[in-house]
Design a protein around this ligand. Structure first.
Ligand code: GDP
Ligand code: MG
Length: 249
């Protein structure tokens, strides 16, 4: 596909990311090599994240090949449903060929988005996954306990689902629209990513990884939490999702 005829939409799910969303939007659009829409799905954040998005719309939406769109949800909330809402809008309303998404805490560098897109445009990937757990990738954002739990969960996923992916809980994803027309996201939080990647692998899609370094959030608070109890609650759902995928073989 020639780059100039490809429309990429990056979905940014936000809840209280006021201090992060502006630099993130600017960073993504500064690196864009194809026509690119940034679609922020904000669940009416009390900190007014959506106001910053409106300011960025005024700054960026001047007829060029990049623009910013805001979906402000007043009735619904939740990470997975926000990303799915963005995917549906990106494909059905905006006509995107490729949809990408990432955390909005600046832990996933906006400068790495083009590498995910290149994996699709140049290397034939259907889904590209930003990965902390392959050579060149790293996680310098989380403490030793969180990294160990992530590695254990991914080890289980590799054994149960397959070694095409080493970071099943990445959340830094790009994919062709056709993949998301077939596979809808399932689950409440991070387990959607395990489920999506497992079903993409099982459907025979080319799932390729691109290394990235996860860096600490500089502003705002993690919605996952940072203590052992928070990790164990999330981890239980992740393990259940892996085991459910295994049973589908
Ligand atoms: N729209 C929306 N976004 C959410 C919600 N919960 C979390 N997010 C966003 O999802 C991303 C991941 O959350 P984050 O706090 O970074 O989780 P962590 O990386 O596990 O610490 C961030 O961009 C959050 O703002 C939600 O209920 N609705
Ligand atoms: Mg995060």
């Amino acid at each position: 596909m020639p780059e100039q005829s490809v429309l990429v939409c990056t979905v940014l799910p936000t809840y209280n990311e006021r201090d992060n969303i502006g630099p993130l939007i600017d960073g993504i659009l500064a690196c864009a090599r194809t026509p690119h829409v940034v679609l922020v799905v904000d669940d009416d954040s009390p900190d007014g994240t959506w106001q910053v998005v409106e300011e960025r719309m005024a700054a960026h939406n001047n007829g060029a090949s990049v623009k910013v769109v805001l979906a402000r949800r007043m009735e619904e909330s939740g990470l997975t449903s926000a990303i799915q809402h963005g995917i549906d809008m990106a494909i059905q309303t905006l006509g995107a060929d490729i949809v990408t998404w990432m955390d909005c805490d600046l832990s996933m560098p906006p400068a790495d988005v083009p590498q995910l897109i290149d994996a699709i445009l140049d290397r034939g990937a259907d889904v590209a996954v930003g990965s902390r757990w392959i050579p060149g990738g790293a996680d310098v954002a989380h403490g030793r306990m969180a990294r160990l739990l992530s590695l254990l969960i991914n080890r289980l996923a590799i054994v149960m689902i397959g070694n095409q992916v080493h970071d099943y809980t990445s959340g830094f994803i790009a994919g062709r629209a056709a993949v998301f027309e077939q596979i809808r996201l399932a689950g409440d939080y991070g387990e959607y990513c395990i489920d999506l990647l497992a079903r993409a692998v099982q459907s025979g899609y080319s799932v390729q990884e691109v290394p990235y370094v996860c860096v600490p959030r500089t502003a705002g608070e993690s919605k996952t939490g940072a203590n052992l109890w928070d990790y164990l609650v999330k981890g239980r759902k992740y393990v259940a999702t892996i085991l459910r995928q295994r049973n589908r073989f």
